[in-house]
Design a protein around this ligand. Structure first.
Ligand code: KG4
Ligand code: ZN
Length: 360
């Protein structure tokens, strides 16, 4: 089966073609430069840019996969959660394509797809789900920080999430206080490398609480007050590196501690991770060390698949189709606030008879 997938939930426009667990193409166009000027993602601009990028990204993915629209057997897209205007671009385009081709359509939950990105690996990329193991999955991006128990393939339970800012948001906001351009996470990662992580102590939010939730807004505030009291720190290159390393250590320690603790509590042997913040080198290193110490196995998404991509949407959609999950109506609405553990189908959203016939 050849499946075409679109991901447009935030500021990446991505199109992928997958066939029998193999990623034939995964084209990603990022809008980082566009939003950098504003210090964060501007929803209206994101949606317009999604529209602009959709056709070229689609054309390139089909070209790289050496196929055409007529060669597709199924279509999938991110249906939620995400920015409404951005989500609508990819989801509605994919639904129209499925309708025109009279092929099945599947609307995918963005975070459920993240759970499978650590299992996509190799060159060429393919799904390594034969090695799939029940795991505790950490999803950390600019918009989300969540911990999920993946009990079996296509079966998961949300354990906890951030109560306020996401970990990536914390990196970005602290970076802004330091005067670094958006998104500040990668720059902090680089600066932290040459810094002393014990130079300053910042709070490890909620780390000692017996739950699987996170909180990062207090850390950002702590850095703001700290800099108000010590503005001279920003004048010294080495002190800035020390500050970055110290803040990064506080974020990383919390992000490492919670999944390891959940895995031990639930008797799960594997930890996985994805989302933009999983690119952070200290996080990758510390997670590896903590897992080794606790006899846990670790599987982190490849850096190119940590951030949003349509390959993870396509791989999950293909597995779901193979397992006979019900299709999504080509007129179904996007679900911008789709909770992870809930069905997206709102009352009145059930497939209509004529649409199901077309989908078949
Ligand atoms: O997955 P992603 O593209 O999702 C969102 O669109 O939210 O993640 C972007 C986030 C940003 O907050 C960015 O600063 C952070 O991931 N990030 C990093 C690193 N690379 C990306 N944070 C820390 N260290 C990095 N190396
Ligand atoms: Zn994401």
């Amino acid at each position: 089966m050849i499946l075409f997938a679109l991901e447009t939930s935030c500021d990446e426009t991505s199109a992928a073609v997958v066939r029998d667990g193999r990623v034939l193409a995964n084209v990603v166009s990022s809008q980082i430069k566009l939003h950098a000027e504003y210090g964060g993602v501007v929803p209206e601009l994101a949606a317009r840019e999604q529209l602009r990028n959709l056709a070229p990204v689609t054309r390139r993915a089909l070209h790289e996969a050496q196929t055409t629209a007529a060669g597709l057997d199924a279509v999938a897209a991110t249906r939620g959660p995400g920015l409404p205007g951005a989500l609508m671009v990819g989801c509605k385009a994919a639904q129209a394509l499925a309708f025109a081709l009279r092929k099945p359509f599947l609307g995918i939950h963005h975070h459920e797809a993240h759970l499978y990105s650590p299992w996509i690996a190799g060159d060429p990329l393919s799904a390594d789900l034969e090695s799939f193991q029940p795991n505790i999955s950490l999803i950390v991006s600019g918009g989300h920080t969540m911990l999920v128990h993946v009990e079996a393939e296509l079966k998961h339970r949300l354990l906890g999430a951030t109560l306020d800012d996401a970990a990536g948001e914390c990196f970005d906001k602290v970076a802004k206080l330091i005067g670094l351009p958006y998104p500040g996470g990668p720059a902090m990662d680089r600066l932290a490398e040459g810094g002393n992580s014990k130079a300053f102590h910042f709070p490890r939010p909620m780390m000692d609480q017996p739950n699987d939730d996170f909180s990062f807004s207090g850390l950002k505030t702590a850095v703001r007050y700290f800099l108000r009291g010590h503005p001279e720190i920003l004048d010294g290159a080495q002190r800035v590196r020390d500050l970055c390393a110290s803040v990064q250590a506080a974020i990383v320690e919390t992000l490492v501690n919670k999944p390891v603790r959940a895995a031990r509590r639930l008797g799960v042997r594997w930890v996985t991770g994805s989302g933009g913040v999983t690119c952070n080198r200290a996080l990758r290193k510390e997670l590896a060390a903590a897992c080794e110490q606790n006899a846990l196995r670790l599987r982190l998404a490849e850096k190119s698949l940590c951030t949003d991509n349509a390959a993870m949407i396509g791989i999950l959609a293909e597995r779901k189709l193979a397992q006979g999950v019900s299709l999504t109506d080509v007129e179904a609405e996007i679900v911008p606030n789709w909770p992870m553990d809930q069905s997206p189908d709102l009352p009145g959203d059930a497939p209509r008879p004529h649409q199901s016939a077309i989908n078949r």
